[in-house]
Design a binder for this molecule. Structure first.
Ligand SMILES: [Zn+2]
Length: 473
């Protein structure tokens, strides 16, 4: 059956339209020659996904953002035309806590979407557009097709995962994985030719339409990446070069397609996820993540490095301050404190005062800022729950006295002091917890930590942090 939308198509175009529909919804695509087995794609992708999960900061698997991206991804994967479904493939979706407007999919199905990509997309359809494009590379097996082109089936599959990771995070990241020719292998598994780009745009448009999205959302997302990208967007565009006339080709394809009537309209959920991501502490760039993975003591924000010597000599806080800013807040912190991020919080601490102990991130001097979800919107109850969590996780601490009313960034806030003998410094430690409610049952906190005998040296730094705090929306 040939149905077409009301339009002023010329007879010739109508004819093309009908022919195309008769073949497959839209332009017929032929997957490129490939000497590898689909099971090889799966093996390569699984290995690389393992490396990625170890080296990149991922948002929690059970968190709202991950769950949402997984649902959208599942709808798209189910909409892959049957001829490109591979029973061995398993499409999985994780969110990387990185600010670059980037996403990548590994052979066989594992996909990683950067937080920056979700924050930049103007609609769910735009986000889905990039995901459908990535899924298309996987379904058409472009990675191993490129390997086939370059070396027949001669590429050694073992240890390729690290090379792929190197290609993903680029730059110095090669240092943390196997170097040399393997890096080249990783690059050509993920940096696509213009011919493959067109294929992924066309199949991506088809998947979008089958899933109930406007295929033009893919074209619109490319505009967003180019426009908003600036210094944050070039990575995706360098791996997915514009074959020229990208937007026009997608528009041409869109005219051939009928959007499934099961059109998704999840704008409310998209906005909700987007604003909760924007309220999180700022994400690092992939380059910062890579350079930190290579040099654990680099100055850029980072996860807690494994070899940091917590309990070492600690310099007092600098009298000079720098301003840190996320979409949610702005704050001044001493210049000599590093910024250490994990998934939902950011810690500012001097050298010698942070590290890992028995698998836990710890710090002895400095401050941690972040957001937790509260089960109630009542500040007192939410603060109680949060403080109880700290006490349970740090059983050397006990609460001193009562909550004090205070202000934080112009909002009503509570303050509570905890103390106890630190197992790291063997000194009495003072922990001041400040909490205030944001909208949507989110509790914003600042936790300031210092040994009691050094606490006076920290008074200025801690007060400056609190007084400079501004919420930005
Ligand atoms: Zn691409």
């Amino acid at each position: 059956m040939c149905r077409f939308r009301r339009s002023s198509l010329t007879p010739i175009v109508v004819l093309l339209f009908c022919t195309a529909l008769a073949v497959a919804q839209g332009t017929k695509i032929t997957a490129p020659k490939n000497n590898y087995k689909p099971a090889d794609d799966v093996q390569i992708g699984r290995e690389a996904a393992g490396e990625v999960s170890k080296e990149l900061p991922l948002l929690p698997e059970n968190g709202d953002a991950d769950g949402y991206v997984r649902r959208v991804g599942g709808i798209l994967a189910a909409a892959i035309p049957p001829e490109f479904q591979h029973s061995e493939f398993h499409y999985t979706f994780r969110v990387v806590n990185a600010s670059d407007i980037n996403a990548f999919a590994l052979p066989g199905g594992p996909m990683f979407v950067n937080r920056g990509m979700i924050e930049s997309a103007r609609t769910e359809g735009e986000m889905a557009g990039v995901m459908a494009h990535e899924i298309s590379h996987v379904a058409l097996r472009h990675g191993t097709a490129q390997a086939t082109k370059s070396q027949g089936a001669g590429v050694q599959l073992g240890a390729i995962g690290g090379a792929i990771l190197g290609a993903i995070i680029g730059g110095n990241a090669g240092d943390i994985v196997s170097q040399g020719t393997q890096l080249g292998v990783g690059a050509y598994l993920l940096k696509y030719s213009r011919e493959y780009e067109t294929q992924a745009d066309v199949l991506g448009s088809q998947i979008l339409a089958r899933a109930g999205y406007d295929p033009m959302d893919l074209a619109r997302m490319f505009e967003t990446i180019e426009k908003e990208g600036g210094s944050r967007g070039p990575e995706w565009l360098s791996s997915h070069p514009n074959p020229g006339n990208r937007q026009e080709r997608i528009a041409q394809e869109a005219r051939l397609l009928r959007v499934s009537s099961a059109r998704r309209n999840q704008s409310a959920e998209f906005s909700q996820i987007q604003s909760s991501l924007r309220r999180m502490p700022p994400a690092r760039t992939m380059a910062e993540i890579a350079s930190n993975n290579t040099r654990p003591n680099s100055d850029s924000g980072s996860r807690y490095p494994d070899d940091a010597r917590v309990g070492g000599r600690v310099e007092p806080p600098s009298n000079r301050y720098r301003t840190v800013q996320s979409d949610l807040f702005r704050m001044s912190v001493p210049e000599n404190w590093r910024q250490l991020g994990d998934n939902a919080s950011v810690t500012f601490a001097p050298d010698g005062a942070f590290g890992n102990q028995e698998g836990e991130s710890v710090f002895t001097h400095g401050a941690m800022v972040g957001i937790v979800e509260a089960s109630l919107s009542d500040l007192q109850t939410a603060s109680d729950q949060y403080v109880s969590g700290i006490l349970q996780g740090n059983n050397y601490l006990t609460a001193e006295g009562r909550y004090q009313q205070t202000r934080l960034g112009g909002r009503n806030a509570l303050a509570r002091r905890l103390s106890g003998t630190s197992r790291i410094t063997n000194q009495r430690e003072v922990v001041d917890v400040y909490t205030t409610m944001l909208n949507n049952r989110e509790l914003f906190y600042v936790v300031q930590v210092a040994p009691a005998n050094e606490r006076r040296q920290y008074t200025n730094a801690f007060n400056t942090m609190l007084q400079s705090l501004r919420f930005l929306n």
